[in-house]
Design a binder for this molecule. Structure first.
Ligand code: TYD
Length: 340
């Protein structure tokens, strides 16, 4: 942000993973305006743009859980593809009518994922921004489609866009359907820790505040029309992640029976079309914009586990009826498989 007084209009639909409790720290701050709504609601977006005259629009809005996209892809097409298209159109009309100086300074920043690049063999070089786009899940295909729309709005209409493709985020306030928060929450609840397939799939892990600092930096100094990969330089197999989480819980909140939380690990049927490995080459953002992650995996995962231990009330709040229904649908369809 340019000045500490600059405001933020936060447009969020508050679907199952959204939660007003997450905004408690900015409640009462006049610089933050919360609006419940959909990026695909053109009339609403047009009204907000006219009213608040932003110097930038950042698109974080997305359906993002691969397993949900397998069970029901429609919402992913609506929010990620149609929503981004409508947002781009509303922003384009607003931007075209801006006075020359504001028009020049305006930015549209689109937040995307490394999953658009597809999967990597174990020894293949990490994804660079030049990697071909080969999405494999309904989720990643919908994000790839939105990335293409953003690119086209730059080339066709000259909209000043920037795109970031990040690796797997983790940290506080992460909805407990994704691997790390799910494992922490399940472990503490005495439930099983479901590992898909052999647990040797590899992801790169990026602490959430590092992702935020990268986005700020790209917004500030990124070259128009460019994409920037954002990664944590933390490639790890899922089973190592789960073992690390268990080890931290053993230290910070030991089980009453003295056993390790590792005893709760259960191998289950693999996700269909499961990408084997993602890895981000984040050298472009380092070279051009001098951005590097501040956290190592060790520091980030410890902070994350500690945060969940201190926020049992937050966890209880997000585990609504809808959350319970999802857990039931997803994990009953993945009958436990023999240990691999
Ligand atoms: P996830 O957090 O869903 O992110 P993504 O699929 O976008 O990378 O999953 C991270 C990895 O963990 C992925 O390889 C799937 C695996 N996984 C499990 O083994 N068990 C689980 O219960 C979940 C949610 C994920």
């Amino acid at each position: 942000m340019r000045s500490s007084e600059e405001g933020v209009v936060n447009l969020d639909k508050l679907t199952y993973a959204g939660n007003l409790h997450n905004l408690a720290s900015v409640q009462g701050d006049a610089r933050h305006v919360f609006v419940q709504g959909d990026i695909g609601d053109s009339a609403l977006v047009q009204r907000l743009l006219a009213e608040h005259q932003p110097r930038a629009v950042l698109n974080f809005a997305a359906e993002s859980h691969v397993d949900r996209s397998i069970h029901g892809p429609e919402d992913f097409i609506q929010t990620n593809v149609v929503g981004t298209f409508r947002l781009l159109e509303a922003v384009r009309h607003y931007w075209q009518a801006l006075p020359a100086i504001e028009k020049e300074a305006f930015r549209f920043l689109h937040v995307s994922t490394d999953e658009v690049y597809g999967t990597l063999a174990p020894d293949a070089p990490a994804f660079t921004e030049e990697h071909t786009c080969e999405p494999n899940s309904p989720y990643s295909a919908s994000k790839a489609a939105s990335d293409h729309l953003v690119r086209a709005w730059h080339h066709t209409y000259g909209l000043p866009v920037l795109t970031t493709n990040c690796s797997n985020n983790y940290g506080p306030y992460h909805f407990p359907e994704k691997l790390i928060p799910l494992m922490i929450v399940n472990a503490l609840a005495g439930k099983s820790l479901p590992i898909y397939g052999d647990g040797r799939q590899v992801r790169d892990w990026l602490y959430v505040t590092d992702h935020c600092s990268a986005i700020r930096r790209v917004l500030e100094a990124g070259r128009l029309g460019e994409t920037y990969n954002v990664g944590g330089w933390n490639e790890k197999p899922n089973i190592d992640i789960v073992n690390t989480v268990c080890g931290l819980l053993d230290e910070l909140r030991p089980r009453a029976d003295g056993q390790s939380y590792r005893a709760q690990i259960a191998y289950v049927k693999d996700r269909p079309g499961h990408d084997r490995r993602y890895a981000i080459d984040a050298r472009k953002i380092e070279r051009e914009l001098a951005w590097k992650p501040a956290e190592t995996f060790d520091t980030g995962i410890r902070k994350t586990v500690q945060w969940y231990l201190e926020h049992a009330d937050w966890v209880a709040n997000v585990q609504t009826g809808a959350y319970r229904d999802w857990v039931q649908t997803q994990y009953q369809s993945q009958a436990e498989s023999p240990s691999t």
